[in-house]
Design a protein around this ligand. Sequence first.
Ligand code: SF4
Length: 319
Amino acid sequence: MLSNSPLLQVENVSKTFRVQGKKLHAIENVSFTLEAEKTLGIVGESGSGKSTLGRMVLRLLESDKGKIIFDGMDLSKIKKKHLRELRQQMQIIFQDPKASLNPRMTVYDAIEDAMVIHKIGTKASRRARVLELLERVGLPDEVQYAYPHELSGGQLQRVGIARALSLNPKMIICDEPVSALDVSIQVQVIQLLKDLQKEFNLTYIFISHNLAVVEYLSDEIAVLYLGEVVEQAPAHELFKKPTHPYTQVLLSSILKIPESPEKKQKMTSIQGEIPSPLNPPNGCTFHPRCPFATEICVSVKPEQRKVSEGHFAVCHLVE
Ligand code: SF4
């Protein structure tokens, strides 16, 4: 990597799908940079395009336009046959670890698998690595013999994390990694991810529908609505001064991660449904749900406006 350049640069990427003969704009002109060993939180409701964006960064989905540069390499120029080497550097942790694990493979085989595919180490060194990773993610040795259906959700997610770490990646995309877990387990897994980041110098993209979940881990947060980043800022700034009405609504409806499992707070949900990306509203796409919408919001699409250094929002209200 070139010194002083970010590990990841995403420049104006877009992705459309053809659905029922119509164009579905899943991602529209998204840009961001991510420094090594930092975390970008990507937040939005289901249907906002955040998982699509994660898959575009991994090149599991091809961008229609724009550029993604990882570690100095333009991903669009990398031939498919070299993608395997690249995937060593970029791993993903899924929301549903059970679905992402082969039910017929033991935990040991699941963690060793990627190293076998990438021809890393000897049988003995891989064995040592699997046992080391199990210990590092807080699982006892005996778990190596278990099959996915024998483990709890929290244990499965720890296996998913161990598997992602097995290739020594630089970056991990965490796609809603705790949303299927109980709140007390969420706290443990988030703390584990934070500790591992420090220990292994990891860079994270942390995707979640819950701002409270990304708050603890993120250095920077991008808020996604119908495939567009509507606000982006350093995490502390976004929580201090949420500017886009959508961010404000998300913040008011978050389920705060309690300091202890007993301290649960009541979650309130955001009003209205996210519109269909097959038929997005004119003007500001948030206007049907926005409590501050005026006439201009219905007809004119707002541009990105600077709130302060490193903080922007896409809203007519920003002076
Ligand atoms: Fe609300 Fe208008 Fe701002 Fe959109 S542009 S978020 S509708 S105030």
